[in-house]
Design a protein around this ligand. Structure first.
Ligand SMILES: C=C(O[C@@H]1C=C(C(=O)O)C=C[C@H]1O)C(=O)O
Length: 172
């Protein structure tokens, strides 16, 4: 009998894609927290904080801080795709706008938790992310998560926006 292959073939991009979906879904709460306040959708200071934190966490895991930060830049853009999409929807139809305002500080703690798990998933998928099969696996994983979580169009588009750097080689 042939032993089951170890390493990249057994690894999965699924945790990375699931956590990316969690991140685009929590963007709904971010938008609700900011709507009707002075807090802008784009918050460069918070983005810098996130990027610094995840690069540091990657280093602590012995993973690639540059690749990690690159992936997170897309994660951040994806969050803003959701926030802008919801703002457009709520501006066009105020009846759909949120009536209560969650606390942005509390939501960011939840995002920090997702970020930490995502750093780990990125580190765990290092070999797979460099493999020629990465793109196909990523597409299949994203399709499965879109279906499994019943993502609507906005969140499907945002999930797509969160993932383009995943299979990029380090040299690029
Ligand atoms: C999610 C937020 O909105 C934007 C997206 C961020 C992210 O995805 O981490 C960070 C800052 C903002 O530019 C937020 O303000 O916390």
């Amino acid at each position: 009998a042939v032993a089951a292959p170890a390493g990249p073939v057994r690894a999965s991009l699924r945790p990375l894609v699931e956590l990316s979906a969690e991140r685009v879904l929590v963007a709904d709460e971010v938008a609700a927290a900011k709507w009707g306040t002075d807090s802008p959708i784009d918050d460069p200071a918070r983005e810098r904080e996130v990027l610094d934190a995840v690069a540091r966490q990657a280093e602590e895991l012995g993973a690639d801080p540059v690749a990690t930060a690159r992936i997170f830049r897309d994660q951040i853009e994806a969050s803003k795709v959701v926030q802008r999409g919801l703002y457009r929807r709520w501006a066009a139809d105020p009846a759909q706008a949120p009536t209560d305002r969650p606390d942005l500080g509390r939501i960011r703690l939840e995002i920090n938790r997702i970020n930490g798990e995502l750093v780990r998933a990125i580190a765990d998928s290092a070999a797979l992310r460099e493999a020629p099969s990465c793109g196909g696996r990523l597409t299949a994983g994203a399709a499965a998560v879109v279906h499994g979580r019943r993502l609507d169009t906005l969140h499907t588009v945002a999930l797509g926006r969160s993932l383009p750097s995943v299979c990029e080689r380090a040299e690029r």
